[in-house]
Write a protein that binds this ligand. Structure first.
Ligand code: URA
Length: 279
């Protein structure tokens, strides 16, 4: 059994928080084990809990169509959630549940090594864009520890508020150019190393082509580079995006009208390889 399969088994057996008692099935995640891009939602809903698979309800259908809009299918990406078991009545996850479950998501990310993580909704966003609000940062990206994080509204938001659908669709279309830049940037690193070697040979810093072990590699890329660093007001409770399609509880939460200000768009040049500090 692969480490990945072993991790899924561990999640399926997990009783580390009270949700283990309520779930029908845990929902570890689904997709390509070495995907370039990971989508991270909030928590399984009723359909997911029944099937043990992420995003298979109405919000999931919208996510599938969003993927298709950028030429991807579910087998080409990895889809997971911040917490792996359905909270009873589809209530919001509790801080303790998120904390206890974070080891699984962290391990998945460590194994998959995605180039890009797309956060879907407030809870997922909060892990990687602390102190930000979804209304302000949706459609923007930041780079940290060699991963580009891209914030989006939860697909279920479009089911509550029809005018968010086009915003979500437009945000999704920003992903392919970002991914293309990341691919180019990772291709550029070996090319840069070769250039450096050629220079060293020119300057007789090295005599001829030595065995690779003798060649000193250029310095490793810097650990962290924030692309989007705009401060925003602390998160407000009313900005919660709930999962309407499975909600059994009364719909007493509303999504506020979309912040009509234009989304902060990362400057395209911010993703140039140099700016990513890859050299
Ligand atoms: N909403 C989520 O956040 N995750 C799912 O898997 C389904 C709905």
């Amino acid at each position: 059994m692969s480490v990945f399969e072993e991790l899924h088994k561990q999640i399926e057996r997990c009783q580390d928080c009270a949700l283990g008692k309520y779930r029908t099935r845990a929902v570890p995640g689904e997709g390509l084990e070495n995907a370039e891009i990971m989508f991270i939602g909030e928590a399984p809903g009723w359909n997911e809990d029944q099937q043990g698979l992420p995003f298979v309800g109405a919000a999931g259908q919208f996510l599938t169509s969003l993927l298709a809009s950028i030429g991807l299918n579910r087998n080409q990406v990895y889809i997971a959630n911040v917490i792996k078991c359905r909270p009873p009545g589809n209530r919001d996850p509790l801080p303790g549940e998120i904390q206890v479950c974070s080891k699984y998501l962290d391990k998945q990310i460590e194994l998959i090594k995605p180039k890009m993580i797309v956060t879907l909704g407030r809870y997922s966003m909060a892990r990687y864009f602390p102190n930000e609000t979804i209304g302000k940062i949706h459609g923007t990206a930041k780079q940290k520890d060699n991963i580009t994080y891209f914030a989006m509204y939860h697909p279920a938001a479009a089911l509550h508020q029809a005018n968010l659908k086009s915003t979500i669709e437009a945000d999704m279309l920003k992903i392919p150019p970002l991914l293309a830049k990341l691919r180019d940037a990772s291709k550029a690193v070996p090319a840069q190393e070769e250039k450096l070697l050629a220079k060293m040979e020119d300057k007789k810093l090295i005599d001829s082509k030595p065995a690779p072990a003798q060649i000193e590699k250029p310095a490793a890329p810097a650990k962290e580079q924030e692309i989007s660093e705009k401060p925003v007001a602390p998160q407000k409770e009313e900005e919660t995006v709930t999962k309407a399609e499975e909600q059994k509880l009364p719909e007493n939460k509303t999504i506020p009208p979309r912040d009509e200000k234009p989304a902060i768009i990362i400057e395209e040049q911010a993703l140039e390889p140099k700016q990513l500090n890859l050299f």
